[in-house]
Structure formats: C-alpha cells, structure tokens
Write a protein that binds this ligand. Structure first.
Ligand code: BG6
Length: 449
C-alpha cells in the first residue's frame, strides 16, 4: 500500500451500463448513508451519449429504486453527480474531467476490449499525482490480452494504484473463508486429500441474460464467472496457510495454487461442460432461449453454463477434484463452496458425509455432521449445523469502492494473480473454441445440462 495515500476528491465512472447502475450507484448510496464517502466528493458519470439533468436524476433514481434509499440519499447522490459525454478512447473528450488539481479515481466500468484504448487515453492526458484507476473483471479476454494490459499499465502508474476489481472479494462470507479455515483445528487437520473427497464451487443463478448481450455474448460463463470470481474462491479454499495477511503474500499463496492447477483429465470432455439455455420458465416466468435474446449472435456459440474440474498438483491436494461451475437461467439460486469429506469408518454409512458449506449468498456457514440414531448403535442420520451471518454487512461493491477511495489495495487482484488465473482456464478456452468439447443445451429453469 502507498505510504502516503492521496485523498480522492473526484470519482469518474466511465460507462453507464450494468456495473454502474446495478452495483456502483447503490454502493455509493450505501457509503453515503453510512457517512463513509469523503466530504465534497464529486462524481462524474461518463458515457458516449448526452444525458440531460432530468434524465440523469431519473437514471440514478431507478438504479437506487431496489435499495429503497432515503430521499435525502437520492438527493445527495444526484447533487454530487454530473454527466460528461465522451468516448473512453477519446483523450481530448475525456481530458476536462481527468485534468485538475486533486487526485482522481477513474473507474473503467466497461467491457475488457475497451481497456487498451481507455488506458492509452488516460496515459495521454496524464493522471494527477495519487490518482487510481479501477478495472472491472474480467481483466482481459484471454491470457495474452491480460499480459498486454498489465504491461501497458506498468508504463502508466504503480500497481498499487491499479485496482482490478473482483467484487466477490468484498462479499462477507468470502472474507471469512480464511479465518474459518485456519482458526479451527478441526478443519485445519483434515483439509487435505487424505480426508477430503471433493470440493465444489457452485454459482447457479436463476438470472438469465438481463439485457447484457453486449458484454455477455462475447464473454460467456467461463470468462464472466469462472476465470475470476470462482477462481478466487477456489484459491481461498485450496491455498496453503498464509504466514501473514500482507496482500502481496496472500496473492503469492493464491498464485501458488493457480500454478499447481490443471485440468483434472487430459481429455477435456471428461472434465469440462459447456452449455447454453433454451426457452423455458424460471420461477413461473417465461424465458426465451439464449440465442433468441436481443443482441445475441448464435454463431458465437457462447456458453451460459460452464463447469471445469481441476486437479491441484500439490502434496496436500493430489487426486482431489475441484469443480468450479456457474450457469444462468437455472432452477434455483445456489451460491456456495462445498467441501465433501470422505466417508467415516462406520460400516454402512456410505452416502452420508461430513460437508462444510460456505454459502456466499445468503451468507451462511454450515457443517453437516453424521450423528448416531435410535437404539441400534450403528444407525445414523445427517444433521446440519448452520450459522446465518448478519445481513446488515456492507455490500461487496461498497467494500471495494471504499477501498479505492481510501487507497487500500489489499483486496485488489494483483497483476500476477490475474495472469495465473487466465493460464488455468486457457486449455478450456482453447478446447471449447476448437469445438473439442460439445456445446450442450438445457432448458431455462432446469438444473442445467
Ligand atoms: C457479475 C457477473 O460479475 O457477477 C454476473 O458479470 C453475475 O453475470 C454476478 O450475475 C453475480 O454476482 P452477484 O454479486 O450479483 O450475485
């Protein structure tokens, strides 16, 4: 972290799409209500089309509607906000909102293909001292583009001032994974291949495309979820015990996991699945097939469901499958890490297992244990011990936005981490692009392929 952290007086959000409306504006409102925004912060929203004062208020108001903010909060956010019309790649058009005295935080809330031109434009303008630049995930579209972006950024500003956002790192339960793992002997002693049978990182969503074809159809589930969010969860459950909580040390521990990860089987058809949804109904509402959604090009063969199984080639994990899976338009929302232990030694209790469930949404920690039952000393039943966490915790984007404004880069994904994560998914990306793994289908509202 920087020795002296400049105070951010201006936040410039480039892009007014899903990230800005679904996440950033509500986060700003939440921080404002908690009194955690720097006094006098000026917010500029930048997009390519003109947005008048009334429309700006309307758009902010609808972004906050689901969060039921106080009227005063809406007024405060509208009051600190201006709109500026510019293309992210146009240095001359961006200059007026970047140049100036105080440090500025520039949040690039745009899809990754725009990043190189946006960085180039910022470099040409020159950022005031102490400024920070924030990138949404995915950082790049593949390993080569991520390497090139990191190289380009190295020429512009120190890595501590580059924030590669993965909002899962701001989620409450995700922040608790390390503490829960390493503060309990009862887990620490058995967290290895001798006792663990498999680990699943599951992010099943009922949400479908939500009008995001412009981004999603070029990304797909592997790039949208697995390369970043689920890879972070995977690293936290698989890493070796950290000796300090220093951010660079934690990143090194994660990179060690990623460097040891490879497809679980040489035949990628046996350790990966890709699929897209066809028409169906989710929660009683009809969902058109993915290929019929506005803006989707069926020829891209974009997957809306991805599952990859990895092996971690270390003493601790040799032979244990780690499955990372995420899909859209599925029958239920299920967001959790499940550690399944091998069966106990009691004869006949196969099928009932100990499991640790770290549920990320809603925030819950669960432990499934097997208890004896009835007069027959060998009868058992499964019992769930569940701790539901306080849901008043800050939202993930509020946590990360506060980090940016305070200059705390602890939760920012490091350059080497993002590159290592791309390396892990590259064999799957290549095999899928070459059609070596068939693209399956599943009906919206089903359990997936
Ligand atoms: C985003 C993905 O990063 O994470 C979305 O682009 C996904 O496709 C979302 O729906 C899930 O996170 P959350 O916090 O909204 O549940």
């Amino acid at each position: 972290m920087n020795e002296v952290t400049a105070t951010i007086e201006r936040l410039v959000v480039v892009g007014m799409g899903d990230v800005t409306t679904r996440y950033l504006l509500p986060a700003l409102a939440e921080l404002h209500e908690a009194g955690e925004l720097p006094g006098g912060l000026a917010l500029t929203l930048v997009s390519r089309h003109a947005v008048g004062t009334a429309e700006l208020r309307e758009r902010i108001s609808s972004a906050l509607a689901g969060h039921d903010p106080a009227d005063a909060t809406l007024d405060a956010i509208v009051g600190m906000c201006e709109h500026h019309r510019a293309d992210a790649s146009d240095a001359a058009a961006l200059r007026p909102v970047i140049e100036g005295e105080g440090a500025v935080a520039v949040y690039v809330a745009l899809p990754p293909p725009v990043f190189p031109d946006a960085i180039d434009a910022l470099a040409r303008i020159g950022l005031p001292a102490g400024s920070r630049v924030v990138f949404e995930k995915p950082f790049g579209t593949d390993l080569d583009s991520a390497l090139a972006l990191n190289e380009q950024l190295r020429g512009c500003l120190p890595d501590d001032d580059v924030f590669r956002v993965d909002h899962f790192l701001g989620k409450q339960t995700v922040q608790l994974v390390l503490g829960t793992r390493f503060a309990n002997r009862v887990f620490e002693a058995v967290w290895n291949a001798e006792h663990v049978e498999r680990i699943d990182v599951v992010w099943d969503e009922t949400l479908a495309l939500e009008g995001r074809a412009g981004f999603y159809d070029r990304a797909g589930a592997l790039r949208d979820m697995i390369q970043n969010h689920l890879m972070q969860l995977f690293c936290l459950v698989a890493m070796e015990p950290p000796v300090s909580l220093d951010a660079d040390h934690l990143a090194a521990r994660k990179v060690a996991v990623l460097d040891a990860a490879r497809p679980f089987d040489d035949d990628l058809r046996r350790c990966s699945t890709r699929a897209r949804y066809t028409a169906g109904a989710v929660d009683g509402s009809e969902v058109p097939g993915y290929v019929d959604a506005d803006g989707v090009d069926p020829e891209r063969r974009t997957e809306t469901f991805a599952s990859v199984t990895l092996a971690v080639d270390t003493e601790r994990w040799r032979g244990v499958p780690f499955t990372l899976r995420s899909g859209k338009a599925l029958t239920t929302d299920r967001h959790e890490i499940v550690v399944t232990f091998r069966a106990g030694s009691l004869p006949g209790c196969d099928g009932t297992r100990n499991r640790v469930r770290i549920a990320v949404k809603p925030d819950r920690l669960g432990l499934e244990i097997v208890v004896g039952e009835g007069a027959d000393q060998l009868s058992t039943r499964g019992v769930d011990l569940v701790e539901t966490l306080d849901d008043s915790a800050f939202g993930a984007y509020s946590v990360l936005l506060r980090d940016v404004l305070e200059g705390s880069s602890n939760r920012s994904v490091r350059a080497n981490e993002v590159e290592a994560a791309w390396r892990v998914v590259t064999p799957f990306l290549d095999a899928w692009a070459a059609d070596e793994v068939p693209l399956e289908e599943y009906a919206a509202g089903s359990d997936g392929p």
